[in-house]
Design a protein around this ligand. Structure first.
Ligand code: ADP
Ligand code: F6P
Length: 323
């Protein structure tokens, strides 16, 4: 293989740049040219590219986001969009493609792979919902940003004896909410995977008040049926039973915008390099992820269109630790 391409797709994630750098530099090390595709699959359709070399990927390992840009492309979901993408790949003599992205992006990889193009996916999303990777690029940094918010909210909440609903990202996945609740010592995590009775949340908050706590923190995933707005609406009517006065904070994209920490820089570097190893050794149609501490491949057919689900042991841990 003489020439490969790399793109980043879907929601950006801190550590994507480390992965782009690793793909580029590992490929150069193996005598291969690298082309960067701008703005995800949209760039493949619209023929937007840039050459990538050692200097183009200098000074980026510490930067959040993605130097290639990312996008969501409805057109790429259509057979015509995928044909246009293949045309661009062939026009540049590209023989293999690395797709750095999350769940939807790896469905796109699978589609290209099924059309016969050699593709390797790299697991990268702050949601951590991809099958084939215990942890994905960007999660650790996003979690640390959520934690900083929880720590700060606790300070002001204690001063005023308040309860806070903190909404974090996670459209269909409660990983960020659950893990930041455990690491931040929150009273409750509301996740999309498990139906939540708002009464249960209300009782947890009022129990915290009765125990003499100075505050209560509920971390809510944006995709939960009772997201922060709906819970706040519910508590407006039932506020007398909470004990604490209630405030709501939504973190939103602040979580995605951080500079990557050490973990995501190293994970991005490892998975990016492993993706090049795969392509050059003829392994294709797979996702590269971290499984039990090692780089491992999983067929895209087993990854595409599925999600990992919530770890019930972690939900239990969150419950046990709230005292
Ligand atoms: P993420 O990768 O972060 O989960 P999205 O779900 O938005 O992000 O997907 C990113 C892009 O991947 C979409 O905009 C689309 O171009 C492509 N994609 C998603 N699902 C499919 C699919 N079923 N077939 C082909 N391409 C898809
Ligand atoms: O998939 C990553 C993610 O951050 C989700 O947690 C969130 O629901 C979504 O992307 C937000 O998408 P956008 O950046 O298009 O608003």
């Amino acid at each position: 293989m003489r020439r490969i391409a790399v793109l980043t797709s879907g929601g950006d994630a801190p550590g994507m740049n480390a992965a782009i750098r690793a793909v580029t530099r590992s490929a150069i090390d193996r005598g291969c040219d690298v082309i960067g595709i701008l703005n995800g699959y949209r760039g493949l359709i619209e023929d937007r590219t840039m050459p990538l070399g050692a200097r183009e990927t200098g000074g980026i390992i510490q930067r959040g986001g993605t130097i290639l840009g990312s996008a969501r492309s409805l057109e790429f979901k259509t057979p015509e969009g995928q044909r246009k993408a293949l045309r661009t790949l062939n026009q540049y003599g590209i023989e293999g493609l690395v797709v750095i992205g999350g769940n939807g992006s790896q469905q796109g990889s699978h589609a290209l792979s099924q059309l016969g193009f050699p593709v390797v996916g790299v697991a990268s999303t702050i949601d951590n919902d991809l099958i084939g990777s215990d942890i994905t690029i960007g999660v650790d940094t996003a979690l640390n940003i959520a934690l900083e918010a929880i720590d700060r909210l606790k300070i002001t909440a204690s001063s005023h004896q308040r309860a806070f609903l903190l909404e974090v990202m996670g459209r269909d996945c409660g990983y960020l909410a659950l893990m930041s609740a455990i690491a931040g010592g929150a009273e409750y995590a509301v996740v999309p995977e498990i139906p939540t009775d708002p009464e249960d949340v209300a009782q947890t908050i009022s129990r915290a008040y009765d125990k003499g706590k100075a505050h209560a923190i509920v971390v809510v995933a944006e995709g939960a049926e009772y997201n922060a707005e709906k819970l706040a609406e519910y508590f407006k009517v039932h506020s007398d039973r909470l004990g604490f006065a209630l405030r709501v904070t939504t973190l939103g994209h602040v979580q995605r915008g951080g500079n990557p920490g050490a973990f995501d820089r190293i994970l991005g570097s490892r998975l990016g390099a492993a993706a090049v190893d795969c392509l050059l050794s003829g392994e294709k149609g797979v996702l590269v992820g971290l499984v039990k501490g090692a780089e491992q491949t999983t067929p895209l057919a087993e990854v595409a269109g599925k999600t990992k689900g919530i770890d019930m042991r972690m939900l239990e841990l969150a419950r046990v630790l709230d005292k």
